[in-house]
Design a protein around this ligand. Sequence first.
Ligand code: DOR
Length: 455
Amino acid sequence: MSAPPEGRGLLIRGGRLCDPARGRDEVADLYLSDGKIALESAPAGTPVLEVGGLLISPGFIDLHVHLREPGFEDKETIATGTQAAARGGFTTVCCMPNTEPPTDSRAAVEFILRRAATHGAIRVLPIGCITKGRRGHELAEMGELAAAGVVGFSDDGSPVADSRLMRQAMEYSRAFGLPVIDHCQDPALSQGGVVNEGAVSSRLGLVGMPAAAEEVMVARDIALAELTGACLHLAHLSAASSVEHLRRAKALGLPVTAEVTPHHLALTEGRVMGVLGPLPHKLGPLPASAYDTNAKVNPPLRTERDRQALLAALRAGLIDAIATDHAPHTLVDKECEFDDAAFGISGLETAAGVLLTLVDKGELELTTVIAALTAGPARLLGRPDLGALRAGAAADLVLIDPRAEWAVEPAQFASKGHNTPLAGARLRGKVLATIYGGHIAYLDPALEMKGAPLA
Ligand code: DOR
């Protein structure tokens, strides 16, 4: 990482500043000084970066990533995962505890924080386990985890099946003022499932996970949030029916929030068969790319109806945040029988491109997307110092060319995980620079060549 020229700050001039937390969307200059967004206007002689035509957003915040370290460094490390995040425009990521050992002790939290401080390109906020070892039998030492600095509790990858245990977890989490983040899935109902249950599972002869497996757990968790008064955050919603429960919970004023992934907003179950759009009515021969394990993800990609419901819920503000569920895996984890392949998509480096492409296609508004990547997650984390371009706050921001077209090339990822169903896809909208605490965490060669006085 490098810094703008010592002591002279940097004036970013002529960009479209989109800052939903402060209700701003206008062409404006931004002066950075001492790693912060400066109050005063830039003094004469300040280095200038001309960014006319570019978008300036607060640095993105991802509530849901898998950094894999410790234990699975062949898939990702804190260093490579945060570099991937920086390339994607993120300046803060919250990392899930399904590492080895899992993040269920003070020592495990401290390891992540230490490692992030020395090897991380951006801010890392750890999430602690709900249950010891993520085994779902006994509560983790939640007080110890809270004191060590976790920002929430989750057994992500697995649901907490035992409702009594979940109730207790919520009671404790409430005392610590932290959310419980659930991977909502009834394990009995989804058992053995590898794709959505429906047309594609029938056609390919694969075991399906019904949307109802998510829905019943969403409903249970909302009932428990009502019972305990705890903050409940619903991870990676995928089903239209879940959205209806979220709507009811919010109408009742319950402290329930939700996130959605870029892949559930952009793709459907047809992608597993190599089809990008909704399934054709007449089923021809299977395309060569059928059984594409890069589209195997948990929860699974679902139907066009589900996708539309998720888009509508985001537009309506029912869904609070977009989170990538960045789940990097090795080639070996994915190049095998569909049933045996690991679940997950490497998503940090394609998120902005996918979402801005949806904006370009008219499916989402730009401000909705930026809010769900900045103000929304900052609110859930209770961090007014993040997700907004406030004077005096750390200079965490991203410069984006909303018109730049590019093709997804997984081999070029900073992430070790090249597992994406978007390889070769042409996206519109590209991150050109990510600035974290006034330092350059990522700079696209296109901006470098313009002679930016940054690096
Ligand atoms: O697809 C997924 N991959 N979903 C999860 O919940 C876990 C994740 C992983 O850790 O690979």
